[in-house]
Design a protein around this ligand. Structure first.
Ligand SMILES: *Cc1c(COP(=O)(O)O)cnc(C)c1O
Length: 367
């Protein structure tokens, strides 16, 4: 049996006709930028995410950067964000000239440890940017409480957790303005790059709308220094098709994750994902941890099972951030994650036989 880490086959087979029809619609309509497909997807996604406004942009990194720009974050400001995240979260802050203030994750859930937040706040802090890592919701009640107490903004990085909830409320609807990515591998993925912002604040939505399109609402009249980061019509049309299936795909992801957790429980030196009380987990990734990570990875790959590592190097130890002067040992939890984490294959359409094959291989490795 050959089990790839990623597979789009089952999803694509299911929606092939609808995707072709969406292409045909855009092709025939002959309006390719900021037209009715984008508007219609923005409305549908806002409704899905239970927010007032959605603004489509070119990708998730831009969505994070534009969220910060909309809140006028820049040089001299500090932004609190996890020490363990995909690099885009950090890059978005760097692009504004603000200072990244990393906070370690909870070693059980891998999400930002809210008990460490207050100690990281200074008079320069402007934003808390939590990341719903691997698809699990952060402890949003405490984060919002602390933000309110210190008069800070919250920007959720919801790239990995569309459709996830905390206390029954959807991620991407807590912060002042929030960012998500529709990179193909995300739970809601386009057939190329795409992203969006979500907010309940009409003034922020309007500003974001300007920034993504040259700072211009009326063509050739520029109100602010904007960027070009528009969601294109074709990707919007595709995303509208896929959005209708998102909840059923998330259910499938959870079922596969539950099957893994059931079959793999009790293996010493194999730490399985833990979901916090009140948090939901939509399993963008099923991440296990083990001190024998490299050996397990090789064993699975040798048995034709694809795996991933999310992520092999903590942001503070990346060459790109050398100038910040961090060294090994500065964020030990993030570093341990980087050394021990392994992502198992998890794709809608995965069969019971395939799940069992992966679990059996892992059990054999530990025998
Ligand atoms: C994917 C991802 C992003 C960036 O999205 P792109 O569309 O690839 O730019 C940002 N943050 C997190 C946590 C992500 O997983």
């Amino acid at each position: 049996m050959n089990i790839p880490f990623l597979s789009f086959t089952a999803q694509n087979d299911l929606i092939e006709d609808e995707i072709r029809a969406a292409f045909e619609r855009v092709f025939q309509n002959k309006w390719y930028i900021l037209g009715k497909e984008v508007t219609s997807f923005e409305q549908a996604y806002a409704q899905y995410n239970q927010v007032q406004h959605c603004i489509g942009v070119a990708n998730g990194l831009d969505a994070l950067h534009i969220a910060l720009k909309t809140l006028e974050v820049g040089e001299g400001d500090e932004v609190i964000t996890p020490s363990n995240t995909f690099i885009a979260t950090w890059l978005a802050i760097s692009q504004t000239g603000a200072t990244i203030v990393p906070v370690e994750p909870d070693p059980q859930t891998y999400n930002i440890d809210v008990t460490r937040l207050e100690a990281a706040i200074t008079p320069k802090t402007k934003v808390i940017m939590p990341v719903h890592l691997y698809g699990q919701a952060c402890q949003m009640d405490t984060i919002i409480q602390i933000a309110n107490k210190y008069n800070l903004f919250v920007i959720e990085d919801n790239a990995q957790a569309q459709g996830c909830t905390y206390n029954g409320k959807l991620t991407g609807s807590f912060g002042n303005i929030n960012a998500t990515s529709f990179y193909p591998t995300k739970n809601l993925g386009a057939y190329g790059d795409a992203g969006a912002l979500t907010t309940n604040d009409a003034a922020l939505a309007q500003k974001t709308n300007l920034i993504r399109n040259y700072g211009s609402e009326k063509k050739y009249y520029n109100e602010v220094i904007g960027v070009n980061s528009r969601l294109d019509e074709l990707q919007a049309a595709f995303l509208s098709v896929k959005l209708k299936y998102l909840n059923s795909w998330l259910d499938e992801r959870k079922q596969i994750a539950d099957a893994y957790t059931k079959a793999l429980a009790g293996i010493p030196d194999l730490i399985l994902p833990v979901t916090a009380p009140r948090a939901d987990h939509v399993y963008h990734l099923y991440v296990v941890r083990t001190t024998k990570r490299d050996e397990l990875e090789k064993y699975l790959n040798d048995n034709s099972i694809g795996t991933g590592i999310h992520y092999p190097v903590a942001p503070h130890l990346q060459k790109a951030y050398e100038h910040l002067g961090y060294k090994k040992g500065d964020f030990p939890i993030a570093e341990e994650m980087a050394e021990t984490c392994l992502s198992l294959p998890l794709n809608p359409g995965m069969t019971d036989e395939e799940i069992a094959y992966v679990c059996k291989a892992i059990q054999q490795f530990y025998e």
